[in-house]
Design a protein around this ligand. Structure first.
Ligand code: ADP
Ligand code: F6P
Length: 319
């Protein structure tokens, strides 16, 4: 292994830069040339890559987003597109590839391994929805961003004795809503993995109101539906006015938390180690605090499930 390339793909996540830095610095430390591929799989197909020096990744550990840019690449969904990518890698004498991204990027990366190209995935997505790893890079920062907003909304909710419906990201996964809801003391959390019971929601709101609670925060993952729909439903059932906040892309940016920087540093270095040791189709995961490599296939044996004991705890604590 003389040359390793690294790219970031799919939705950006805070800590991706720290992971790129770790790939470059740990690779160079071990005598390997590291190449950065720009704009994910799009840059791979176009051969848009550049050697990254130690200095080129200075001053990025604290920055959100990704200095390599990210993209969604429809051509990579075709066999033809992926063959072009492998041709570019071979033309540039790259021996192994590190793909930092989410579930979709992992599916693409695994298909490169099927074409015989040694590839290792590093989970980078705010959604925390990759099966096999306890945490993905960016999740911790995102939930901290969400609770900062919930805390602010709570001030106004308390002052005006109002109910707020707050919508957070998570197209298919409720982890952001679940963890931020528990940490932010949300009265109700709605996640795609648990059937949403409208009457239960109304019952909890009314019960709270009867015992003197004049404000509530309902946190909904976007995969369940829109916050506006929930707000209209509450109005129809109770006559109460609620306010809606959709947090949107503020959840994707920002300086990574210490947890994400450390996780990204460990995972980036582990990816290089796996490639050096002959890893061909692996992803880096963290399980019970230990960072390790496992077969890519593990990510696709099912879907990530949130920790439902947290969900039940949140319900008890917000009774
Ligand atoms: P994320 O990695 O954040 O989940 P996407 O789902 O948008 O983001 O995936 C990023 C890119 O990965 C896609 O634009 C596409 O190029 C590639 N990709 C996604 N799914 C597949 C697949 N099934 N096969 C090959 N490539 C894929
Ligand atoms: O990164 C994943 C995610 O945050 C999802 O939760 C969300 O639905 C999606 O990205 C939106 O991404 P974009 O606006 O870039 O298409």
């Amino acid at each position: 292994m003389k040359r390793i390339a690294v790219l970031t793909s799919g939705g950006d996540a805070p800590g991706m830069n720290a992971a790129i830095r770790a790939v470059v610095r740990s690779g160079v430390y071990q005598g390997i040339d590291i190449y950065g591929v720009y704009r994910g799989f799009t840059g791979l197909i176009q051969g848009d890559l550049k050697r990254l020096s130690l200095g080129s990744v200075g001053d990025i550990i604290h920055r959100g987003g990704t200095v390599l840019y990210s993209a969604r690449c429809p051509e990579f969904l075709t066999e033809e597109g992926r063959k072009q990518a492998v041709n570019q890698l071979q033309k540039n004498q790259i021996d192994g590839l590190v793909v930092i991204g989410g579930d979709g990027s992992f599916r693409g990366a695994e298909k490169l391994t099927a074409l015989g190209f040694p590839t290792v995935g590093v989970p980078g997505t705010i959604d925390n929805d990759i099966l096999g790893t306890d945490f993905t890079i960016g999740f911790d920062t995102a939930i901290n961003t969400v609770i900062e907003s919930i805390d602010k909304i709570r001030d106004t909710a308390t002052s005006h004795e109002r109910t707020y419906v707050v919508e957070v990201m998570g197209r298919d996964s409720g982890d952001i809503a679940l963890w931020a809801g528990l940490a932010g003391g949300a009265e109700t959390i709605l996640i795609p993995e648990s059937p949403y019971d409208g009457q239960d929601l109304i019952h909890r709101l009314q019960r709270g109101y009867e015992r003197g609670k004049k404000h509530s925060i309902i946190l909904i993952a976007e995969g369940v539906g829109s916050a506006q729909e929930i707000s209209s439903f509450i109005k129809k059932e109770t006559g109460w006015e609620t306010r809606v906040t959709v947090l949107g892309h503020v959840q994707r940016g920002g300086s990574p938390s210490a947890f994400d920087r450390v996780l990204a540093s460990r995972m980036g270095a582990k990816a290089v180690e796996l490639l050096i040791n002959g890893g061909k189709d692996q992803m880096v995961v963290i399980r019970q605090g230990e960072v390790m490599g496992v077969d890519f296939a593990e990510a696709f044996t099912g879907t990530h499930q949130p920790n439902m004991s947290l969900y039940h705890l949140a319900r008890i604590l917000s009774i």
